[in-house]
Design a protein around this ligand. Structure first.
Ligand SMILES: [Zn+2]
Length: 405
């Protein structure tokens, strides 16, 4: 690990068991942790304005290197002042490396596997994976493109994110152990190449996170954790397929986290359902990104304190057609303060943009309250009670009240 406060400084203000609450100081201001990171995949948190996302309490969003590479292209974004300026976002930005999207194409939808979805046809096509990177066909214009470790760093430098992620290969859990071992080795060699490029050419204030891989294998995870922690990085992300179900995913965290430096900021990639947030924070994860709150919002699904229903319900269901209650009682979001389930039911069924917007606002509010409550509970030494209340079906604001002392 390196320590350069000009790039990133992580201050842990409180600990409760393995859980911690703190502040990540980035070139674009502080990020209070634990934090959830909304996806701004194509330079927008879909359906929301940047100022609205900030207004919900978010201090960090995630931009997607793969999609922004293909359109509008890093050169244009750089010409227009970088990603912050381009999308009118004043706070911090993290960019992923593009690896996850590309390897999703190569491995028959790793993304679907991780998210527990059925496989479906993906757009675009991977032509070759080699030591130098990945050759693939663009889904935008059909041209052949290559992305390697240096290229990924170059794109992220042009975007000007506050935190960049190194290029890694995201292996599916059904991959042979042998393949996962070789792939993890290559990820480590790519880590060195990313660091070398970044050292010479990267923006001086851009922090760099390494990524731990190793599939579901304890020895590979441990070796990867130690290798990544020994590199000159500013923080650590845990990536890859984390298992076929949630207990296996928590098991992968348990076999990885003890081998990482206690004081390093830790990012769990692509995971962020309410129970995962509680379990991840409990184990010492500081930041999470996940498509779930925003994607569900576009499909009429509202997050709610319903553990038996994966913390969500479908407002399009007929039973909500005349329901005059809010999405979730006590929720401070605009959808819940101003509107009924009946209205959101109608908007979602009619596929009105306002419906997608309102439920996205609700879902991001719900998750923001959830992680903010977790941070307050950690500071009060009440994290376990807070997490138990959430997992038992309390809303974040109710769980917070229960643990307020
Ligand atoms: Zn709400």
């Amino acid at each position: 690990m390196r320590s350069d406060p000009e790039r990133l400084r992580f201050e842990i203000a409180a600990r409760d068991g393995a859980a911690r609450a703190g502040v990540l100081h980035t070139a674009h201001g502080p990020v209070t942790t634990p934090a959830f990171i909304p996806l701004a995949t194509r330079a927008t948190v879909r359906s929301l304005e940047s100022s609205e996302v900030e207004g919900l309490g978010y201090e960090l969003v995630l931009g997607n290197t793969f999609h922004l590479l293909l359109a509008p292209g890093p050169e244009r974004i750089a010409e227009l002042g970088g990603l912050h300026e381009f999308m009118g976002w004043r706070r911090a930005i993290i960019t992923d490396s593009g690896g996850f999207q590309i390897f999703s194409l190569a491995h028959g939808a790793v993304a679907d596997e991780i998210k527990g979805r059925r496989r479906r046809e993906t757009e675009g096509k991977v032509l070759e994976v080699s030591e130098d990177g990945v050759r693939f066909r663009s889904y935008v214009d059909g041209t052949e493109r290559t992305l390697g470790p240096e290229g990924s760093m170059e794109v992220q430098a042009a975007l000007g994110s506050d935190i960049a992620l190194v290029l890694d290969e995201c292996t599916p859990f059904h991959a042979e152990r042998e393949y996962t071992a070789r792939s993890t080795e290559r990820t480590h060699r790519w880590l060195d190449r990313c660091l070398e490029w970044h050292e010479r050419n990267g923006p001086s204030r851009q922090a760099l996170f390494g990524i731990v891989q190793g599939g579901v294998h304890e020895d590979l995870r441990r070796a990867s954790a130690e290798r990544v922690a020994a590199a000159a990085i500013d923080g650590i992300a845990i990536g890859g397929t984390l298992g076929r179900d949630k207990p296996e995913m928590y098991g992968v965290l348990d076999m990885t986290l003890p081998h990482l430096p206690a004081d390093a900021p830790k990012h769990l990639l692509g995971i962020g359902e309410p129970d995962d947030l509680m379990q991840g924070i409990r184990r010492g994860i500081d930041v999470f990104d996940c498509a779930v709150p925003t994607r569900l919002g576009r499909h009429g699904m509202a997050l709610a304190p319903l553990p038996e229903q994966r913390f969500r319900f479908d407002v399009r269901r007929a039973s909500y057609a005349e329901d005059t209650g809010p999405l979730v009682e006590g929720c401070p979001c605009p959808a819940c303060r101003e509107h009924t389930r009946a209205y959101l039911h109608y908007l979602s069924r009619a596929e009105e943009l306002t419906g997608a917007r309102l439920i996205t606002l609700h879902n991001l509010t719900f998750v923001e309250r959830l992680v903010a409550g977790a941070g307050e509970a950690i500071a009060a030494g009440e994290y376990e009670r807070y997490a138990e209340a959430i997992l038992a079906g309390r809303a974040p604001w109710e769980a917070r009240e229960l643990t307020a002392g």
